[in-house]
Design a protein around this ligand. Structure first.
Ligand code: ADP
Length: 307
């Protein structure tokens, strides 16, 4: 089974205590999912498709990708660009983020349509997000959506996390239109209710699921923080309980790791209910540690395929 994740990985500066001391890391929504997937499904080939620069930080990022067990063979290089960057600031325990990504190399990830098509042809599952769509220029976004649509018609499984980020879009309407275009070409939609309620005025998680089903998704899995996960599949609703943590540390990458759990389950041929339960366990472990990419204990990585 080959899973292709498409999007942007950024350099990350994490404060280490002193007011001017930072540790360099690498993260980004679709990359985080690829990272957790590589950990939780070692037999799955996970590839990451993006564009980086031709400089030292880009080489470090590509090496990190490789060292994480993610195939870097589809990463293209743009000689006159570099990778995006974000810095985490801490003020009395509250995190805030500053971004330098508006001219990042990843914005060209859909410029080479032949590369995109070939990468998709070689994959069984294709995963992208609303952030992947947000960073692209209009032409690139259309190219990506068209390529995904073709891949779906050719029998590939398409997974899409809308990952709504109004600040990355020219307007709320532009975001809503593009997200629903993404929804129309996916098999599995993985929205987060809090964001969807805010941006689409959905009164309930079921309303969110219904909107993605109506757009064309076969399976919709609605994350809802510490609330139950709502699943719509084959015309049937179900709920998966979430066991809220008592020691919530940092919700960064909760949704990204959850998506990795769902994809790991899919790749292993597990029923959706088991995949969602596994995804909840994985995300539960992630929110109890600081940072996007956290070490996960082996028992958190066990998927019960029988349930
Ligand atoms: P996102 O990160 O996309 O906003 P959510 O906040 O909805 O996504 O969380 C994704 C998943 O992380 C949830 O479905 C749940 O499985 C897990 N999760 C989030 N918050 C908690 C919590 N307080 N306790 C346990 N699990 C949690």
């Amino acid at each position: 089974m080959r899973v292709l994740c498409i999007g942007e990985c950024m350099a990350e500066m994490v404060p280490t205590g002193g007011s001017q001391d930072y540790r360099l890391g690498f993260a980004g929504d679709t990359f985080n999912t690829a990272w957790y997937l590589a950990r939780s499904a070692p037999r799955v080939q996970v590839s990451y498709l993006t564009v980086v620069g031709d400089d030292a930080i880009s080489a470090q990022m590509t090496k990190f990708t490789r060292d994480s067990g993610i195939d870097d063979g589809l990463i293209r290089t743009s000689p006159d660009k570099t990778v995006g960057l974000y810095m985490i600031s801490l003020d009395k325990g509250e995190r805030s983020f500053s971004y330098w990504r508006s001219d990042s190399a990843a914005r060209a990830l859909a410029d080479d349509v032949d590369h995109l098509r070939k990468a998709m042809a070689d994959a069984d599952v294709i995963y992208f997000s609303g952030i992947t769509l947000a960073i692209l220029p209009d032409a690139g976004r259309s190219t990506l959506i068209d390529a995904v649509k073709e891949a779906r018609a050719a029998g590939k499984e398409i997974a899409f996390d809308p990952n709504l980020r109004p600040r990355l879009w020219a307007s709320m309407d532009a975001m809503r239109d593009a997200i629903m275009e993404g929804a129309a070409v996916c098999d599995i939609a993985l929205p987060s209710y809090e964001d969807e309620a805010h941006c689409f005025d959905d009164p309930t998680p079921q309303a969110t699921a219904r909107r993605y089903v109506d757009a064309g998704a076969d399976t919709v899995i609605v994350k809802n923080g510490s609330g139950a996960v709502i699943v719509f599949e084959d015309g049937t609703w179900s709920e998966s309980p979430v066991h809220p943590v008592t020691d919530l540390v940092d919700t960064t990458a909760a949704g990204d790791s959850f998506n990795a759990g769902v994809l790991a389950g899919y790749a292993k041929g597990a029923p959706t209910q088991s995949s969602v339960a596994f995804a909840c366990n994985l995300a539960r472990a992630v929110v109890q540690q600081r940072g996007a990419l956290v070490p996960i204990a082996a028992d958190e990585l066990t998927l019960d395929e029988k349930t």
